[in-house]
Design a protein around this ligand. Structure first.
Ligand code: SF4
Length: 235
């Protein structure tokens, strides 16, 4: 576990920044080990830290159990729990992790601990405090989510080639909207663009046909973990 350096503690000094951050608390729903189901590292063993709470209410949300509850845990303790799995990748997810004040500190601490860290976020909140070592996997909410008005388009300027934008597609109307957004913001020139069929609502093959017909410069992804284990918590 990370603790304040003995020297600093003996002197009574204020702890240095990483030490201070290690003592800050986040509210955690679960820390678990699974295969990454989405994005560029799909299939890799990954430790997931699911933070509690989300200000959005997407129609297709599969993690409503993370809206409430959880337990307060210091950043140092989260890093300690994560280390038990020996994973190379760490993903901070939610809920909406950036709704917690100390999420940026947690991301930095995991990167300091040597993980390749990614952040799964709705993109509804400001991402400018995210450590540059962290890969941002940012949703743009489609009309079918019911939360399209929450998109913070300024975040697009913060995305680079290592980052990913994800759009969950429920139907043809969502697809047409996504196609327009990709073109308007030239998203494919900025980062990887992932189109994900809403599980159980849109057949992946149908979405694949639409992408090919339009020669859309995006990547189709399915949620691998749901095909392996079903839609269950902790997977
Ligand atoms: S942003 Fe994510 S966690 Fe929040 S309601 Fe939407 S799908 Fe669920």
């Amino acid at each position: 576990m990370v603790t304040m350096s003995t020297t600093a503690a003996k002197r009574g000094d204020a702890p240095a920044r990483p030490e201070r951050e290690a003592l800050e608390q986040v509210r955690v729903t679960e820390v678990f080990h699974s295969l990454q189901g989405e994005g560029r590292t799909a299939g890799w063993p990954t430790v997931f830290v699911r933070l509690t709470g989300c200000p959005l209410r997407c129609t297709y949300c599969d993690t409503a159990y993370a809206f409430h509850g959880g337990e307060p845990v210091t950043v140092a303790e989260v890093v300690e729990r994560a280390s038990g799995y020996g994973a190379r990748y760490a993903t901070v997810t939610g809920g909406e992790p950036m709704a917690q004040r100390h999420c940026p500190g947690l991301l930095a601490a995991l990167a300091d601990a040597g993980y390749e860290v990614s952040l799964e976020t709705s993109g509804a909140l400001d991402l400018s405090a995210v450590d540059p070592r962290v890969v941002k996997v940012m949703d743009l909410k489609t009309p079918g989510s019911g939360e399209c008005h929450r998109n913070r388009y300024e975040n697009i300027d913060l995305l680079g080639p290592r980052d990913q934008v994800k759009l969950v597609i429920r139907d043809r109307a969502d697809y047409d909207w996504a196609r327009g957004i990709v073109a308007r913001y030239r998203l494919d020139a900025r980062c990887e663009v992932l189109l994900s069929p809403s599980h159980g609502e849109l057949a992946p093959g149908t979405l694949g046909d639409w992408i090919l017909a339009d020669r859309l410069p995006v990547r189709l992804q399915i949620q691998l973990h749901k095909y392996l284990w079903g839609d269950v918590p902790g997977r």
